[in-house]
Write a protein that binds this ligand. Structure first.
Ligand SMILES: Cc1ncc(COP(=O)(O)O)c(C=O)c1O
Length: 391
């Protein structure tokens, strides 16, 4: 059959981490050894109490359809959890539980942004933002997060980028891929630019409890006066509870927005898996030693990784304040990020991502995850150093 795909499909992007993972697996199938520093998932197991809660929920009959925005008890628990993190009252009607955090991006942008309207988003940034903005026919306006300013956005530039067509501003703190976080003062400045205007803030806070040398949760624009009414929080269980494969996330937004997002959920996958939602209640209400230990271990790896990368001539690595990625630059070498990432994988057996997988302003960088053992990180940095020496 001679078939054509719908035009909108050409606007949809992809996620480099999944592509590189597939290439790395193909090399492994040929017998090559690869150190995986590409995918953004904790190398820890989901804590046992959460798994047990899922089995119990299955046995208790949570194996049927439930309401699209989520099971009542789970929405209540998440509302209390977010309210506690942010010091603001959150109602269960202001929560949608989703299959991973990702659908919140798709639902919020689809529900709130018209074709032709503008969305300002972090670049480099999580690639799905730009993909969905383009998919819905909106205009994606990149806000650069650059190494020379410690990966903090230039707020004077942001002010200039805001036009009457701006409908949404996406912020992500702690930031993937750079690990930069925003202080309350910086968030205050951003809030002052948008407060009371017809501009939604989509605040991706999935790494809010993974930070180093600063208190957690990292600050949220949601906590600032008046901002709850125009903010959509993206959060979830994938990172902090090492639950990537469970697909459990949530959005926090005004209840009318949640209702529209629920309609989108109903029209796609109906709802997040019932017994997984019940396990989510245990995750946030049960013991928190698992996440705490994981973050402690990340901190040790981060310290080693950053130092070892900075010891390589021509490499610069700003220490990430949060998340579990480093985003070093390789400006001392005359090679594009894409070529460097490909050759490191093929020739040195180290899988990382080209900075450009996160947008054009990621050129000159690679992203490595430190969700791998300290031993593997040490071997990987040695291999990177050797490869660069012989370039
Ligand atoms: C910034 C950011 N937001 C959202 C997500 C998606 O999370 P989930 O796997 O829960 O859909 C990721 C995953 O890498 C991320 O880095």
């Amino acid at each position: 059959m001679d078939f054509l795909f719908a035009k909108r499909m050409s606007n949809l992007g992809t996620e480099g981490a999944f592509e590189v993972l597939a290439r790395a697996r193909a090399l492994e199938a040929q017998g090559k050894q690869v150190i995986h520093l590409e995918i953004g998932e904790p190398d820890f197991d989901t804590p046992a109490n959460i798994k047990e809660a899922a089995y119990k929920a299955m046995l208790d009959g949570y194996t049927h359809y439930v309401p699209a925005p989520g099971i009542k008890e789970a929405r209540e628990a998440i509302a209390r959890y977010t309210g506690g993190l942010r010091g603001v009252e959150v109602l269960p009607e202001e929560i949608i539980i989703t299959a991973g955090a990702k659908p919140v991006m798709y639902f919020a942008i689809t529900a709130l942004v018209e074709e032709g309207e503008e969305v300002i988003y972090p670049n480099p940034g999580y690639p799905i933002y730009e993909s969905i903005i383009n998919f819905v026919g909106a205009k994606s306006i990149p806000l650069p997060y650059l190494e020379e300013s410690n990966f903090k956005p230039d707020l004077d530039l942001l002010k200039k980028l805001i036009t009457p067509k701006t409908r949404m501003l996406i912020i992500n703190t702690p930031h993937n891929p750079t690990g930069a976080t925003m202080s309350m003062e910086e968030l205050e400045e951003i809030a002052n630019l948008v407060r009371g205007k017809n501009i939604w803030v989509m605040a991706d806070e999935i790494y809010n409890r993974i930070a180093y040398g600063i208190p957690t949760p990292t600050p949220s624009i949601f906590s600032l006066p008046g901002m709850k009414d125009q903010t959509i929080i993206i959060d979830g269980f994938s990172k902090i509870y090492a639950m990537t494969g469970w697909r459990l996330g949530f959005g926090v937004a005004p209840k009318d927005v949640i209702a529209k997002m629920s309609t989108l959920s109903l029209n796609t996958y109906s709802h997040a898996t019932a017994f997984v939602q019940m396990a989510g209640i245990e995750a946030i209400q049960g013991p928190q030693e698992g996440p705490a230990k994981m973050v402690e271990e990340f901190a040790i790896r981060r310290e080693h990784f950053v130092k070892a990368l900075n010891d390589i001539p021509g490499v610069k690595c700003v220490a990430p304040q949060g998340a579990f990625y480093v985003f070093p630059s390789f400006r001392g070498y005359n090679i594009s990020s894409q070529e460097l990432a490909t050759r490191l994988l093929n020739e040195a057996g180290v899988a990382g991502l080209t900075g450009t997988a996160f947008g054009i302003y990621g050129q000159g960088h690679l992203r490595f995850s430190f969700a791998n053992s300290l031993d593997n990180i040490k071997i990987a940095v040695e291999k990177i150093g050797d490869f660069l020496k012989n370039l």
